[in-house]
Structures are given as C-alpha cells and as structure tokens.
Write a protein that binds this ligand. Structure first.
Ligand code: PSU
Ligand code: MN
Length: 302
C-alpha cells in the first residue's frame, strides 16, 4: 500500500500559516461534550489569529490532516478510538482503526504535511516515580526527531518537572518562555524554574523557529505559554489533588499509556471541575498564540 492511500489528500502546507491540533486530548484528555467544544473553540482561536487550523487524527485507518467539524464531533463521542503515539501509528493504519494522535504522533503527521507549528495543552514528560516505572513520555523524544514547534502551557503538573526539564536539556530541545521568565506548570502560571530563553512576542518566537530551521537542526522547540491569570489555580491546591489522584492510581494499578488519561480524569472530579475549566482555557490560549506564531513564521521566507 502506498503512503498516499493512508493519508487522505496529503496537503503541502509549508507555505501556509498552518497550526496543527492533536486529538488525544479530545478522546482521552477531557470528558464529552466539553472536549468537542474545546476542540472547535481552538480552531476558531487559530482562525481569529489569522492562521489555519488542522486537527489531526486517524479515521478507519486513514490519516486525516484537518478533520471536519462532524469528524471532530464523532471522534469526541467515540469510546473506541485508540490513543496513538509514535509506536502505535503503523498498527492503527494496518488494522484500519480509528485513533487519536498524541503530541508525538501529531508532530510526525504535521511534519509530513509541512506544518511547523502545533498547539496543545501540556506535553507528556518524565512521570513522578520514574525511578521505579521508567515512565517517560515519548513526546519528549519526538522533539529531537521531528522539526515541529509546540506551544503548550508547560509540562503537565502531574509530572516530575525538574527531571522533565533535564531530559529536554539533554536532548537539546529549546524550552522557550512565551512572555514569561519562569516555567509555567500547566494549571499555574509560574514556578521557581527559571528559563534561559524568552520570546517577547510572536515575531520573536517565529525568528527562533526560522533560525533553528535554517541551521538545519531538524528538531522541534517547546514554547511554554502561561495559562491566563483568571484561570490559574492555586499551586498548593493542585499539588494536594495530584497526590490524591496518584494514590488512587496506585490502588487501581494503572500504568503505561493509561496513566495520563487516568490522572487527568481523576483531577476533574477531585477539583470539582476546576482543572477542566483551566485545561480548556489554557489550550485555547495556546491555540491563539500558535496561530500568531504561524502567521509571523509564514512571513519569514528562506
Ligand atoms: N494536553 C492536555 N491533555 C492531554 C494531552 C495534552 O491538556 O490529554 C495528551 C497529549 O496527547 C500528550 C499525552 O501527548 O496527553 C501524553 O500522554 P503520555 O504521557 O502517555 O505520553
Ligand atoms: Mn507513559
């Protein structure tokens, strides 16, 4: 089978202000119907910023770069879509399955279509207790393989933040504060982790991406964009709830790819829905910034 049969109308978006959006957050990161509302709102944020959204997923074994509104709605309701990261891609296609793509898999597919900017909520990273479990998200590895630049609100707070940062440093991945000098922690705006690289606006951010590409580094950068102030949660409150969720996880014996969806889901209940509200706000904010960066990047021709 030719790759063209596995991708529905593979577009060449390298000369367009395109922004990729992932679908694992849709199927495994948020409950229905907020997940669908959030996905559609993100597309709108990107359009308002003067760029074009492409939500990426796999339907019946065919890769889609740019799902339609109906496809997003159906995927958001699906209880059978599998979470597809790098290693699951061939299997999902071979079996003709419907799958939602993680940050890693979305980066791979975005790159095939020439998309250089991608907005999500939070990337995966080194999990707490990794000394025991060796649980490190393959999102982190992807940045050194695939030149797609991701806007997020920091590593997810459920992770081991210092070790995630060390890992990114080892891999040579720039972690760029978007209008911030400290690392945002997903649900909260600030932390005591100081960042060495700061972008003051979208133009600045686009220049960094452009130079990285011109150097031929063939890798992605991570833009960390703090959640809007009014949605930022109290770090002590969040930490308490994460501890509770981690205890529940241990009791339930969850591991592997189920860890992140499990923890995010438990947090929604434990915070009385606050974590979900914040998650939606931060993703939309990242979509807007992603749109602005893509728009500026598109003006920088080689
Ligand atoms: N951002 C969110 N919610 C999510 C995710 C990101 O706000 O659920 C997803 C992304 O798809 C990311 C995945 O790649 O969580 C991380 O999963 P893991 O830790 O198993 O690699
Ligand atoms: Mn994992």
């Amino acid at each position: 089978m030719d790759i063209k049969e596995m991708i529905h109308n593979l577009p060449d978006l390298s000369n367009e202000p395109a922004v990729a959006l992932e679908t694992t957050v849709l199927t495994h990161g948020m409950p229905y119907p907020q997940n669908v509302e959030c996905a559609l709102a993100c597309e709108e944020e990107i359009r308002k910023a003067g760029a074009k959204p492409y939500t990426i997923g796999i339907i019946d074994g065919v890769i889609r770069i740019g799902l339609t509104e109906d496809e997003i709605k159906n995927l958001g309701k699906s209880t059978t879509a599998i979470k597809v990261s790098r290693r699951d891609l061939p299997y999902c296609l071979a079996e003709g399955l419907t799958g939602s793509t993680t940050v890693a898999a979305t980066m791979i597919l975005a790159h095939m279509a020439g998309i250089r900017v991608f907005a999500t909520g939070g990337i995966g990273g080194v999990h707490r207790g990794f000394e025991e479990t060796m649980d490190v998200s393959s999102d982190l590895e992807e940045f050194s393989k695939t030149p797609v630049n991701v806007v997020c609100a920091g590593p997810k707070a459920i992770l081991d933040i210092p070790r995630t940062m060390e890992y990114l440093e080892t891999k040579g991945i720039p972690v760029i504060g978007y209008q911030t000098k400290t690392l945002p922690l997903f649900y909260t705006r600030e932390s005591d982790v100081t960042l060495d690289i700061v972008a003051k606006d979208a133009k600045d951010a686009a220049r960094l991406v452009h130079i990285s590409d011109q150097l031929g580094l063939h890798q992605g950068s991570l833009f960390v964009n703090p959640v809007p102030e009014e949605y930022s949660l109290d770090p002590k409150f969040v930490e308490e709830k994460i501890h509770e969720a981690l205890l529940m996880m241990e009791k339930d014996g969850i591991h592997g790819k189920r860890v992140t969806p499990y923890l995010l889901d438990k947090l929604v209940g434990l915070t009385g829905g606050k974590s979900l509200e914040t998650n939606i706000a931060l993703i939309r904010n990242n979509a807007r910034v992603g749109g602005e960066i893509a728009r500026e990047l598109n003006k920088l021709k080689d």
